[in-house]
Ligand binder design. Structure first.
Ligand code: FES
Length: 83
């Protein structure tokens, strides 16, 4: 089954069960935030480093590598940390 999420206005179809990070990478995004001008995306992939933080449905600080993509999710870049 396919679910659809939105990332910064882009519609992304993703196989059910994938993480948001997996969906973003599959859609060609290698980074989606920056810290002090350094690009950040996936680093540890297991929920420790927080490099992958995104805002999901208005909730900040969501680890994209741990959060399963759900149909209708609205994903935005983190606005904190100079992103
Ligand atoms: S990639 Fe490290 S917490 Fe998500």
């Amino acid at each position: 089954m396919i679910v659809r999420i939105a990332f910064e206005g882009e519609s992304i179809d993703v196989r059910e069960g994938r993480t948001i990070a997996g969906a973003l990478i599959a859609a060609g995004h290698r980074s989606w935030r920056s810290v002090d001008g350094q690009a950040r995306g996936i680093f540890c992939g297991i929920g420790i480093c927080q490099d992958c933080l995104v805002t999901v449905n208005g909730v900040e600080g969501v680890r994209a590598c741990r959060r399963t993509a759900r149909d209708g999710d609205v994903v935005e870049r983190e606005r904190r940390c100079g992103s």
